[in-house]
Design a binder for this molecule. Sequence first.
Ligand SMILES: [Cu+2]
Length: 179
Amino acid sequence: MTSLKTWATAAAIALLSVSAQAHDYKLGDLTIDHPWTRATPPKAAAAGGFAEIHNSGSEADRLVSASSPAAGRTEIHEMAVNDGVMTMRQLENGLEIPANGTAVLKPGSFHIMFMKLKAPITKGQKVPVTLTFEKAGEITVELTAEKIGAKGMDHGTMVDGEMDHSKMKHGDHAGHSKD
Ligand SMILES: [Cu+2]
C-alpha cells in the first residue's frame, strides 16, 4: 500500500517536473521545441542557442534571422568539421525547416550565435530571442540557460567577439569536445 502510494507520488512529481521543463512555442505550422542556451564564463563574448524546430506544413520554411537584446549581434550558424578542423560559418540564406520535417539546432551543428554578449549568461536565466522565418513570420522565444558546457562544445569560452566570425577556425581551441 505505502509503496504503491509512494510510487504514484513519485510518478506524479516526475510528470510535473517534465512538463515544467518542456517549453515550446507555436507559430503557424512551426513548433519551436525546448529552446536553450548555456551559462557562460564571466568574460565570454559569445554563446550558442539551440532548439528543435518542427514544421508540420507541406511547404518548407526558413529561419532567416535572429536577434536578441542580450547580444550585440546574433547570427544563424553552421558548425562543421572540414579536414579535421572545426569551423563555423554564418548561413547566408538561413536554415531550412523542411516540409513535414525538423531542423535541429544543437551543439556541434546548426545554432544561433550570440556575439558581443552584453553580460554573461547565468544558469537558469531566460534569454529572449526573436526568430524570423521567411513564411511563418516572427516570434520571440525564451532560451533557458543550462549550465556551462552543457551537452557538448562550449561556445562560451570564445572570448574574442570582435574577430571575423565567418573565418573562425576552432582547431586551436583544444578544450572543445567535438560533440
Ligand atoms: Cu557559431
